[in-house]
Structure formats: C-alpha cells, structure tokens
Design a protein around this ligand. Structure first.
Ligand code: AMP
Length: 191
C-alpha cells in the first residue's frame, strides 16, 4: 500500500507514520528525517539544506526530489511505503506520480491530518525541535497553507481528512478505521 500522510507541521504525522509503518510492515519515509540525518552527519547535502530547514522554508525541489527518488528505489519500498512530509508542493506531487508511474504504481491513499492552529502551535512548542521556534513555526504553517489546496486537488478522490485531535492512541485508532474503510471502498465493497 502506498500511502501519503499530509498535514501541517506538528499535527502528529511522524508519530502516526511510525506506528502505522510497524503495523503494515512497510517503511516510513520522512523527507524531514532524511534531511536532518544529513545535517547531523555534516554531508554536502546536509550543508545545502540546513539554512532552508532553519528558516522553515522548503528545501529546493531538485534536492528534495533526488532524495525521495533514491529512497523510493530501495528494495524495502518496492511494495509499499508511508510518505510523511512529501509531497509538499504540486510539483512534488507530479514528480512522485512520475516516479511511481515508471514502475507501474500510483499513490493509493492520501490522508490529510487536520487540527486547529492553536493546538498545532502548542504541540510544536512542546516538541522543541530547533526549527520549532515561534517565527519559524509561523513560516512553516504559511508554507503548508500555500500549497495545501493544490496538492489535495491533485489527488482528489483518494484524499480523506482525519481529525488529528486527541491522544496518540485515539488518532491511531481513527487512522486505522479510515484506512480500513478506504481499502474496502477501493475494492468496491460498499460500507
Ligand atoms: P518536517 O520534519 O516534515 O517538518 O520537515 C522539516 C523541514 O524539512 C521543513 O520545514 C523543510 O525545510 C524541509 N522539508 C521536509 N520535507 C520537505 C519537502 N517535501 N520539500 C521541501 N522541503 C522539505
């Protein structure tokens, strides 16, 4: 199953991707995690992306797309994956579709996590990552809002919205129910 978890920063996509990946036995691929790994290791790629991450701006498309294409070509991602934080722009959605089309695949489900801004900010501030400061949070929320509609419009009927309020367990249960229903629907089973 090829799943995209979409939603604003701080909404809990990372935590839920991690849990869902364990359940479905498919990899959790987070572009943010991949970039942070490079920054921590001081690689050339890490040096190229650090200033963008620190400012809450998107890393340039060519870099991001190369990293994703490489990661998706690994054997463990051959039959399915959970993408977290990618695609973040309409262009990236088109690039993802093209990568998958080359191997006869497509995105099966897009789940958009929805939570109000006040709750998002308090989750981000509690997390306390280096890019979780007031100014950078505001910028990252704006960046998300700017491309949100284009991405959701691109995926249209395979998008489902998920209420991302409550505890980790509650959200996880809701996510399983949502995906279960989507899988049945995709197989033409009425609910
Ligand atoms: P995240 O961990 O998903 O919140 O991402 C942290 C930061 O990594 C973002 O604020 C961006 O600077 C960068 N980043 C992650 N994913 C992408 C992407 N798909 N396109 C561009 N930049 C990204």
């Amino acid at each position: 199953m090829r799943i995209v978890l979409s939603g604003p920063p701080g909404v809990g996509k990372g935590t839920q991707s991690h849990l869902l990946a364990r359940t479905l036995k498919i990899p959790h691929i987070s572009t943010g995690d991949l970039f942070r790994w490079h920054v921590a290791n001081g690689s050339a790629l890490g040096k190229a992306v650090k200033s963008h991450i620190d400012a809450g701006e998107l890393v340039p498309g060519v870099i991001t797309e190369r990293v994703v294409a490489e990661r998706l070509s690994s054997d463990d991602a051959a039959t399915g994956f959970i993408l977290d934080g990618f695609p973040r722009t309409h262009d990236q959605a088109r690039v993802l579709d093209a990568i998958l089309a080359r191997r006869g695949d497509k995105v099966d489900h897009v789940i958009e996590f929805v939570l109000d801004n006040a709750e998002l900010k308090s989750r981000l501030l509690a997390r306390g990552r280096s890019d979780d400061t007031d100014d950078v949070i505001r910028n990252r929320l704006n960046v998300y809002e700017k491309e949100r509609e284009a991405i959701l419009g691109h995926y249209g009927p395979i998008v489902t919205q998920l209420d991302a309020s409550g505890s980790v367990e509650e959200i996880s249960e809701r996510l399983h129910d949502t995906l279960g229903a989507r899988v049945l629907q995709a197989r033409g089973v009425g609910l």
